[in-house]
Design a protein around this ligand. Structure first.
Ligand code: CAA
Length: 257
């Protein structure tokens, strides 16, 4: 791995992936995205890992797709390379994925954070889809995920003017989960990860799938999907343990089975 670092034992049941092209503000070139896809697939298959945190550095989560790598390409190059196909794999990650964002989360960087399940931001975080300023538009989910997260008015303005929003604005708009001071945002992301890692990983997986389904289907189909997942959890040891622990007034010990 050249452009990311992976720690599968960041803490018990928590893995950390760090985007690591600091001089380029973590611009997302093809190699980096391929490394990220492979790392997530590996962590997804690692039974010890229950939650993954994805982060950059204090100055930048990621300043977007690598403009220098794209600048000279033709439409057919883009079609053949199909650079956003790696994103389809990332979206399929089964474990909860938390983006810990500080500094710039722009273009593909904002889209990558939105591909995660939750976003914890530092006070310095700036979110934006500035592609319009370089003659293009968001291509990795920005027009869809941002609109679903913050609504049409704000999404349209961000996509058409390229203006950034602050962490405060992002929180008020429902784009992110929480804000912490710059020195504390990783700790805040870890706190959230710890909370989730203490739950049943089987339940977390099906719950994540079910919430995501809400964005892909109509209500009846989504309710049906949710109900089946709920019933299916009664095949898990974790359901027996969770409910038994409640009855016995103790903390449950979930095994992911
Ligand atoms: N691609 C390639 N290189 C980038 C980059 C990007 N997206 N963003 C920053 N860099 C590079 C800069 O070229 C610069 O490299 P050099 O030192 O070799 O010149 C280095 O990172 C530091 O950047 P700046 O000197 O520009 O830093 P700054 O603090 O003055 O400005 C910034 C920061 C406002 C984020 C500015 O870098 C910027 O506007 N970056 C581009 C943001 C952008 O347009 N992102 C969208 C990309 S397209 C996309 O993402 C499509 C999609 O939907 C997936």
């Amino acid at each position: 791995m050249e452009f990311i670092t992976v720690d599968n034992q960041f803490e018990k049941h928590i893995a950390l992936i760090r985007l690591n092209r600091p001089k380029e503000l973590n611009a997302l070139n093809l190699q980096l995205m391929g490394e990220l896809r492979d790392a997530l697939a590996e962590l997804d298959a690692d039974d010890e890992v229950r939650v993954v945190i994805l982060t950059g550095n204090e100055k930048a989560f990621a300043a977007g797709a690598d403009i220098k790598q794209m600048a000279g390409k033709t439409a057919i190059d883009m079609l053949i390379t199909d650079q956003f196909s790696t994103w389809d794999q990332i979206k399929k990650t089964k474990k909860p994925l938390i983006a810990a964002v500080s500094g710039f989360a722009l273009g593909g960087g904002c889209e990558l954070a939105m591909t995660c399940d939750m976003i914890v931001a530092s006070e310095s975080a700036r979110f934006g889809q500035p592609e319009i300023k370089i003659g293009v538009m968001p291509g990795a989910g920005g027009t869809q995920r941002l609109t679903r997260a913050v609504g049409k008015a704000r999404a349209m303005e961000m996509v058409l003017t390229g203006k950034f929003i602050s962490a405060e604005e992002a929180l008020a708009a429902g784009l992110i989960n929480r804000i912490a001071p710059v020195e504390m945002y990783m700790e805040a992301a870890k706190d959230l990860a710890r909370e989730i890692a203490a739950m049943s990983p089987v339940a977390a997986r099906l719950a994540k799938e079910s919430v995501n389904r809400a964005f892909e289907t109509h209500l009846d189909e989504g309710l049906h999907f949710e109900r089946k997942n709920f019933y299916m959890l009664f095949a898990s040891e974790d359901q027996k343990e969770g409910m038994q622990a409640f009855v016995e007034k103790r903390k449950p010990e979930f095994k992911g089975k």
